[in-house]
Design a protein. Structure first.
Length: 230
């Protein structure tokens, strides 16, 4: 590790925090591995023990390090899905506005549709198809929104990616609120795109699945904006 004293643009404690975090993220310190002692870090970075301890406490607070009584400090053993559990709830509590949520959905769901086309099994496709039909035929706005949300959740599950699935599960209330607003304004309009997306996934056409999902979300955002201005 390099000496940190020559950089005056950040506080020393912030620089120490970023340097230790970098050691974890890059794999220099591996999960389950004991990190160097405070004394050694003080010498390597040429900083005080107070700065080292503050950085370790911050990294422990976000779940990257854990201190064991009498045994030193270790890099936490975690999977991506487990670590995201401590981060995503803050997003859910922020209650993002419609535009931010649509942008987030385009980032996540377009690629999810592509992954689903490569990984979905017959049961996934059948359930998607049933949900699309139920949404189209439903006359109850609340049920329509539920079928809408379940369809998008099924795509997340079909990706076989536990992080994508967990993000959707934690944000499901936010998703439902947004989809309920869409249904109130547009009815079961989205069912048309759901059927197209389902067909693309069933055909294992990831390019087409991504295209239909992007069109679906972009069109929904445009119509919602137009109706909201009336």
């Amino acid at each position: 590790m390099d000496n940190l004293q020559n950089n005056s643009r950040q506080s020393v404690s912030d620089m120490v925090f970023e340097r230790l975090k970098h050691s974890i993220i890059t794999g220099e310190w591996k999960p389950g591995e004991k990190i160097p002692s405070e004394n050694r870090l003080c010498k390597e970075l040429d900083v005080s023990r107070v700065s080292i301890r503050a950085a370790i406490n911050r990294l422990s607070a976000i779940g990257l390090l854990e201190s064991r009584q009498g045994g030193g400090t270790y890099v936490c053993m975690y999977s991506g899905a487990e670590h995201i559990n401590s981060i995503i709830p803050y997003i859910a509590l922020e209650r993002p506005d419609r535009i931010n949520m649509f942008e987030f959905r385009k980032i996540i769901e377009v690629e999810s549709a592509g992954l689903a086309a490569m990984r979905a099994d017959v049961d996934n496709v059948n359930e998607m198809r049933q949900l699309a039909v139920r949404m189209r035929e439903s006359s109850d706005p609340e049920q329509t929104a539920l079928f809408d949300a379940e369809f998008h959740y099924m795509i997340a599950k079909a990706t076989r990616n536990p992080i994508i699935v967990r993000v959707f599960e934690v944000l499901q209330d936010t998703y439902y609120a947004l989809l309920k607003q869409n249904v109130d304004m547009m009815g079961s309009y989205g069912a048309h795109y759901h059927e197209l997306i389902c067909t693309a996934i069933e055909s294992r056409d990831s390019v087409l699945a991504r295209r239909y999902m992007e069109e679906h979300l972009t069109t929904s955002m445009r119509i919602a904006a137009e109706l909201g201005e009336q």
